[in-house]
Design a protein around this ligand. Structure first.
Ligand code: ADP
Length: 495
C-alpha cells in the first residue's frame, strides 16, 4: 500500500496529541490526552516524562485507529514539542532520573544571578541569542546535575542522557539520542552560528558533553520506530512548537511572520539565513533547518500572558463562563472607557524581560463596567503584540507587512480587528488552525519526499479570514501612549 498520510505528535505543555494529515494537508484524525502538572513548591513546575510517553503512545494509536490506517499507511511521523522542558534519563533502563523540569519553572533564578555575575549576561546572549532567564533548558539541566545525588558523575561516565521532549520521544521511538537545531537553540548551550554545542558554554554551565544528544536538522530521518503501532515508520522531523507553527504557516521567506495566540503568545519573524541579534528584547533563535540546506533563523517575541488573561476573567473573576463570551461582553461597550489591563502576572517577557513587574488595572473610574474590563483584557493581547512588533521592526531591516495568526484566541473577531488596527497591518488567519502539528507533519513529509518542496506546501496554505487596519492614526497613537503609561505602572513592584 502506498502511504497516504503523515502523522504529527505534538507533545505540549498541558497535553499530547497526534494528528494524521493527508497529502493536501487536511486533518484526517485527531487524538489528545492531558498529563499531570506537578507543582512541588511555589514557582516549580514538573512533568512525569514516563506518563507523557504513555500518553503519546495512546494518542498515536487512537489517531491511527480513527484515521482507519496503520504504520503501512504512514509515510513518516514528525514531532513538535513544548520547548525548553528538560529531562534526564538512564541510558540502560530508559527511566527518567527525576521529573522533567518545565519551561515555566523558576527554580533556577539564583543560579542565573550567579552566572550573570561570573560571566556577564552578554557572554551567553552573543553566542546563543538568549538572555539569562529561567525559561531556558541549560540552567534546568545544571540544577538537576547539582541536586540529584551522583548524577554529575554518572553523566560524565555517559550513563545518563539529557534531552528536551523531542529527544526523549525520538529516543523512546527509535533508540537514537538526537535533538533538532530549533530545540537545541533553546538550551543556552548551542552556538547559533556553528549550530553545535559550544564547549566554553558547557564549561560555564557545568554540563558534561557526554550526556548531550547529537544536534541534527529539523527535517531529516532520525531513524525508524522500533516498536508499537508506529513500527518501521520513519521518524523524520522535530521542531519546537513555535517554530513548527511558523513552518505550518509556511512562513519560508525572510520578512514573513506568524503569531500564535494561545495561553501565551509567540510572534516569530523569519529573518533568513543568518541570525539577527536583538538589541530590543527579542530572542534570536533557529527557525528550522531542512537537511542539505542552510538554516533559517528567526526573531521571537514571547509574551507570557494573553489567552490566560481571558481564563483569569472567567475563573478568578467569574465575569464570563466560557472564554468565547468575552467577545460578547466586550461588545456591550464602544471602547475601553479609559481602562487598561497589563497582565504582568509573573513579570513581563518580551520585549521588557522584567521579573520585578506585576499586573495592574490602570485608569479605573466609577464609569468602568465589566464590559470595559472585558475590552481592556482583549486589548492587552493586541498591545503586547504591538510592543513586540515595534521591537522587531527596530531590530530587523524588513518591516512587518502583514501578520499570519493562529491559536484559540483568533476565534475572536473583535480582537483580530483591534489587532489589525493597532499594528496597522492586515491580520490573516489560516484555515488550518492546528499549525503546530501541520508544521511537524510538513517537515517530516518533506524529509521523506511525501511532499516534493516548500513551494508545494506554500501552495496548500489557505486563509479563512482577513482583517484590515481601520483605526484613526491619532487615536492609535493616543491609545498606545496610554498603554505604555500603564506598562510603566507595573515595574519595580517586587522588591
Ligand atoms: P494552548 O495551545 O496554549 O493551550 P489554545 O490555542 O488552545 O491554547 O487557546 C486557548 C486560549 O485561548 C485560552 O487561554 C483561552 O482563554 C483563549 N480563548 C479561547 N477562545 C477565545 C475567544 N473566543 N476569545 C478570547 N480568548 C479565547
Amino acid at each position: 500500500m502506498t502511504p497516504q498520510y503523515v502523522a504529527a505528535i505534538d507533545q505540549g505543555t498541558t497535553s499530547s496529541r497526534c494528528i494524521v494529515f493527508d497529502r493536501a494537508g487536511e486533518i484526517v484524525a485527531v487524538a489528545q490526552r492531558e498529563h499531570r502538572q506537578i507543582f512541588p513548591r511555589p514557582g516549580w513546575v514538573e512533568h512525569d516524562a514516563e506518563e507523557i510517553w504513555d500518553n503519546v503512545q495512546q494518542v498515536v494509536e487512537e489517531a491511527l485507529r480513527t484515521a482507519g490506517t496503520d504504520a503501512a499507511g504512514l509515510a513518516a511521523v514528525g514531532i513538535t514539542n513544548q520547548r525548553e522542558t528538560t529531562v534526564v534519563w538512564d541510558r540502560a533502563t530508559g527511566r527518567p532520573v527525576a521529573n522533567a523540569i518545565v519551561w515555566q519553572d523558576t527554580r533556577t533564578g539564583p543560579l542565573l544571578r550567579e552566572l550573570a555575575s561570573t560571566y556577564g549576561e552578554e557572554r551567553f546572549r552573543t553566542r546563543t541569542g538568549l538572555p539569562l532567564a529561567t525559561y531556558f533548558a541549560g540552567p534546568k539541566l545544571r540544577w538537576l546535575l547539582d541536586e540529584v545525588d551522583g548524577l554529575r558523575e554518572r553523566a560524565e561516565r555517559g550513563e545518563v542522557l539529557f534531552g528536551t521532549m523531542d529527544s526523549w520521544l525520538i529516543w523512546k521511538l527509535t533508540g537514537e539520542h538526537v535533538t533538532d537545531v530549533t530545540n537545541a537553540s533553546r538550551t543556552m548551550l548551542m552556538d547559533l552560528t556553528t549550530l553545535d554545542w559550544a564547549p566554553d558554554l558547557l564549561d560555564a554551565m557545568g554540563v558534561p558533553a557526554a550526556m548531550l544528544p547529537e544536534i541534527r536538522c529539523s527535517a531529516e530521518v532520525y531513524g525508524r520506530a522500533t516498536t508499537g503501532v508506529l513500527a518501521r515508520v520513519p521518524v523524520a522531523s522535530a521542531l519546537g512548537d513555535q517554530q513548527a507553527a511558523l513552518f505550518g504557516q509556511t512562513c519560508f521567506q525572510p520578512g514573513e511572520a506568524k503569531c500564535t495566540y494561545g495561553t501565551g503568545s509567540f510572534l516569530l519573524l523569519n529573518t533568513g539565513a543568518s541570525p539577527v541579534p536583538s538589541t530590543h528584547g527579542l530572542l534570536t533563535t533557529v527557525a528550522y533547518r531542512i537537511k542539505g540546506q542552510p538554516p533559517a533563523y528567526a526573531l521571537e517575541g514571547a509574551i507570557a500572558v494573553t489567552g490566560s488573561l481571558v481564563q483569569w476573567l472567567r475563573d478568578n473573576l467569574g465575569l464570563i463562563s466560557t472564554a468565547s463570551e468575552v467577545e460578547e461582553l466586550a461588545r456591550t461597550v464602544d471602547d475601553n472607557g479609559g481602562c487598561y489591563v497589563v497582565p504582568a502576572f509573573s513579570g513581563l517577557f518580551a520585549p521588557h524581560w522584567r521579573s520585578d513587574a506585576r499586573g495592574v488595572i490602570a485608569g479605573l473610574t466609577g464609569y468602568i463596567t465589566k464590559g470595559h474590563l472585558a475590552r481592556a483584557v482583549l486589548e492587552a493581547s493586541a498591545w503586547q503584540t504591538r510592543e513586540v512588533v515595534d521591537a522587531m521592526n527596530a531590530d530587523s531591516d524588513v518591516a512587518l507587512r502583514r501578520l499570519r495568526v493562529d491559536g484559540g484566541m483568533t476565534a475572536n473577531g473583535l480582537l483580530m480587528q483591534f489587532l489589525a488596527d493597532v499594528l496597522d497591518v492586515p491580520v490573516v488567519r489560516s484555515r488550518i488552525t492546528e499549525t503546530t502539528c501541520l508544521g511537524a507533519a510538513y517537515a517530516a513529509g518533506l524529509a521523506v519526499g511525501f511532499w516534493p518542496d516548500l513551494a508545494t506546501l506554500r501552495a496548500q496554505w489557505r486563509s479563512d479570514a482577513q482583517w484590515e487596519p481601520a483605526m484613526d492614526p491619532e487615536l492609535r497613537d493616543r491609545e498606545l501612549g496610554q498603554w505604555r503609561k500603564a506598562v510603566r505602572r507595573t515595574l519595580d513592584w517586587v522588591e
